[in-house]
Design a protein around this ligand. Structure first.
Ligand code: ACO
Length: 162
């Protein structure tokens, strides 16, 4: 298992992985319009951390956007392919992601969790109580009806890699 940060940099390899990840999101997040998923996954402001099995096969990932001046990042989409869910990959992915984002001087993560995924996010240290001051994040991320806003504090010295 490898974890790779993929951006839309025009290379064949990145394109292929982003397409595979987009297809996992589209299948696992059926309420999300497909065009919206495509737009964000290939948007230059967004990056994705992919979990890759056997060197080439994307089995899941996180698509996110950093707001460096505000020192937070928003998780737009997160999914693991259906046959490999509830085997611990989602937890490993989140730990790797925290380890990565911590090095980028990000202090908070925000996400609109599907009702179905609230339990997962809680286990990963996300809370419905938002500690960041509103002026730090409001207006930066869109309001979104279909989900519950959750926040996670990324401690600057905790070793999330363990
Ligand atoms: N509700 C409650 N608990 C859950 C859920 C859930 N939907 N999914 C996993 N868990 C629990 C597991 O039971 C496990 O608990 P444990 O540590 O006590 O054993 C823990 O969360 C972690 O489980 P993992 O095996 O690491 O999780 P998994 O690899 O299945 O990844 C994920 C979780 C990403 C939510 C996956 O199940 C998935 O892709 N689901 C469908 C798509 C989805 O809902 N994505 C999130 C939408 S919100 C958004 O994208 C911003």
């Amino acid at each position: 298992i490898d974890f790779k940060i993929i951006t839309n940099n025009g290379t064949h390899e990145s394109m292929k992985m982003l397409i595979d990840l987009k297809n996992i999101f589209a299948r696992q997040l059926p309420k999300m319009p497909k065009e919206y998923i495509v737009r964000l996954v290939f948007d230059r402001n967004h990056e994705s951390m992919c979990i890759i099995k056997d060197n080439t096969k994307v089995i899941g990932g996180i698509c996110y956007r950093k707001y460096p001046t505000q020192r937070f990042a928003e998780i737009a989409f997160l999914a693991i392919t259906a046959t490999l869910q509830v085997k611990g990959y989602g937890t490993r992915l989140m730990n790797k992601f925290k380890e990565h984002i911590q090095k980028q001087d990000v202090e908070y993560l925000l996400t609109y969790a599907d009702n179905y995924a609230i339990g997962y996010f809680r286990k990963q240290g996300f809370y419905q109580e938002i500690k960041m001051q509103p002026d730090r994040w409001k207006g930066f991320i869109k309001d979104y009806d279909g989900g519950t806003l959750m926040e996670c504090y990324v401690h600057p010295i905790i070793d999330y890699g363990n």
